[in-house]
Design a protein around this ligand. Structure first.
Ligand SMILES: [Zn+2]
Ligand SMILES: [Zn+2]
Length: 295
């Protein structure tokens, strides 16, 4: 955070409706140090962790499948914490890690963070996506040399889970952070797998996966900026970008080229919207990028 930014947030602090309010963060996996500080810095909320069994909404290791979209799951988690405490503002996050839609074989982590305000009846959400996620996996029999895999998987800084590779997914060992535990888990899982192999993969729960923690922080920082922004018409928090307009005219023929020219900001409650140019209206596109001039 630059000095200028922290001064700006100080100025906003007097008038923001959440200053001094308590928000409960539903987390089983120690996300408070990741998500609390950005909201405390920008609007002066007090974020407190509430331990709720968010695993009932699905787990990373796949032993409990997840039903809703990541956004729906995050909102459901926030509601769990709100009903457990009676607090009217809840916060939660939800990640999904899998092959990048643009680059197969490369993993990406999409983190959603939400703030639910039960009194105002609003949900403010933000996402952050990154390919800088460690999500290694392999299979092994007992006694195999895993040194190279573990090095590439950044073990034990990134912890592991072990389960049988096929058949029943039990037993399952999570949060493995040393080689002895890892070997014990492999010896117990490989023989009960129908193919005789143990599955070994990065434990993607936030407290076990430092590369994921960084992505959650980035999502929380975006959420804090959006929460801090008040609708210019009604003053409700959560003002921010909802859409991007594409189409910059080609310098030669005027055909719209698919490049961002403006963003639409909107309120989460009222109908107020504003279009903000992100490039000057005088800007024209390079004909080399034009679908007519350079098909
Ligand atoms: Zn053109
Ligand atoms: Zn509004």
């Amino acid at each position: 955070m630059s000095m200028r930014k922290s001064n700006e947030s100080k100025n906003g602090r007097q008038s923001h409706p959440y200053t001094g309010k308590v928000a409960v963060l539903s987390t089983k996996h120690e996300k408070l140090p990741l998500i609390g500080p950005p909201l405390e810095r920008t609007v002066g909320m007090h974020v407190e962790a509430i331990t709720v069994d968010t695993d009932s909404l699905g787990t990373f290791s796949g032993d409990i499948p997840r039903l809703g979209s990541p956004l729906e799951t995050a909102i459901a988690k926030a509601h769990l914490g709100m009903s457990a405490t009676g607090n009217s503002i809840g916060i939660a996050s939800e990640g999904s890690i899998g092959p990048d839609p643009q680059i197969p074989f490369v993993n990406a982590d999409l983190e959603v963070v939400v703030l639910v305000d039960g009194v105002a009846g609003i949900v403010i959400s933000e996402v952050f996506s990154s390919r800088d996620i460690m999500a290694a996996e392999t299979t092994s029999q007992s006694g195999n040399d895993l040194e190279q895999f573990l090095f590439e998987a950044d073990f034990p800084s990134h912890q592991m889970i072990v389960r049988p590779n096929s058949g029943e997914m039990r037993p399952i060992y999570k949060g493995i952070a040393n080689v002895d535990e890892l070997n014990t888990a492999i010896s117990s899982c490989a023989p009960v797998s129908t193919d005789g192999l143990a599955y070994i993969g990065t434990d993607l729960r936030a407290h076990a996966c430092p590369s994921r923690q960084k992505i959650i922080v980035s999502a929380a920082e975006r959420l804090a900026v959006r929460v801090a922004s008040l609708c210019p018409a009604c003053g409700i928090p959560g003002w921010g970008r909802v859409d991007i307009l594409f189409g910059i005219p080609c310098a030669w023929c005027g055909t719209p080229v698919a490049k961002p020219r403006a963003e639409i900001n909107a309120c989460v409650v009222c109908d107020h919207r504003e279009t903000r140019q992100i490039v000057s209206e005088k800007v024209v596109a390079d004909p080399a990028t034009c679908p007519e001039c350079n098909p």
